[in-house]
Write a protein that binds this ligand. Sequence first.
Ligand SMILES: N[C@@H](CCC(=O)N[C@@H](CS)C(=O)NCC(=O)O)C(=O)O
Length: 233
Amino acid sequence: MLQMYDLAGADESIRFSPYCWRVRMALAHKALECDFIPWHFTEKDRIAFSGQGMVPVLVDGETVVSDSWKIALYLESRYPGKPLFGCDESRALALFVKHWVERVVHPLVVRIVVRDVWERLHDQDKTYFRESREKRFGMPLDEVIRQRDQTAARLREALDPARAALDSQPFLCGQSPAFADYIFFSALQWARCASPYALLEASDPVAAYRERMLDLFDGCARRMPAAAQPGIL
Ligand SMILES: N[C@@H](CCC(=O)N[C@@H](CS)C(=O)NCC(=O)O)C(=O)O
């Protein structure tokens, strides 16, 4: 059986890493069974065998793959049924979506949820997380989230290209979801699992999209514990 090291909170049923969510959705898409092993930020020694210090890490027998994009490429070549990309052109466009999400969407989402993430971490992770993130932002976490209403407004504006695409099709990839959708959805799911903050307005087509994504694969993403209130997006 496949294994994936997956970032967990103090309550290990809380899984909020956007990179791990991409892989979780990709595995569900391919109907591959996987054991999701809870991992905490400071447990670098437990994934040292992967040669780096971040999750997700996928273990498939003798094969170890880290980095969500590399894992998706690995799964596609090793388990070609139910494609995550479909063709070279679609894989190239998914790479564009990855960079858009990581460079535009994530930096806004993190400024909204970072303090809620910190609150949900295991005690052993709290100092490491606070210090490393405060260094990255150049200010205390409380300062970062003080602006979060304005940040959320900027996020909603930044999502406009996705909103426009979803106006004429149910998924970014068209009539059915594929890896680019899992990349984008995972940024929304990160917030949903880690923070009670209402990221989207209820009337936003992106909120309806998130509901469609939550319904996929027997609601595997909806079933995971969420910090967000039911009906609050
Ligand atoms: N490029 C990597 C990024 C993975 C990543 O940033 N993972 C975070 C969790 S969301 C992590 O493990 N961080 C460890 C740390 O900050 O020490 C991927 O796509 O998998």
